[in-house]
Design a protein around this ligand. Sequence first.
Ligand SMILES: [Cu+2]
Length: 142
Amino acid sequence: MKIQFSIAALALAAGAASAQTTVNDAWVRATVPQQKATAMFASVSSARGGRLVAASSPVAGIAEVHEMAMEGNVMKMRAVAGGLPLPAGKAVALTPGGYHLMLMDLKQTLKAGDTVPVTLVIEGSDKKRETVELKVPVRTGP
Ligand SMILES: [Cu+2]
């Protein structure tokens, strides 16, 4: 039992050492029944730089990176074409009113205290893809 635990810990440590993307302070905004969309917010940083090119979650039919932009004098959101740039070593904030990971076609109500699995795919400048698996807490606000 003790030996198995040590091996598992070693594997985790190796995974963390090779990962170049870190995600901090992730949360998903809670929804009310019948609500079909929400968003995930987080701080994402890539050690060597890359782009957040894809995302998915079992609770959503569609997950895509959005940005807020002024159209005339109306603030609208739209998908970020070509993925979200992650400059090397610099944390990129996904925040209410800014970039966010839009979760659409929701399959269930997300209540505060729930945990939502989210997968992010980051493409490095060397075109290698890294997958980051998250367990994201659901909250009513920041
Ligand atoms: Cu959006």
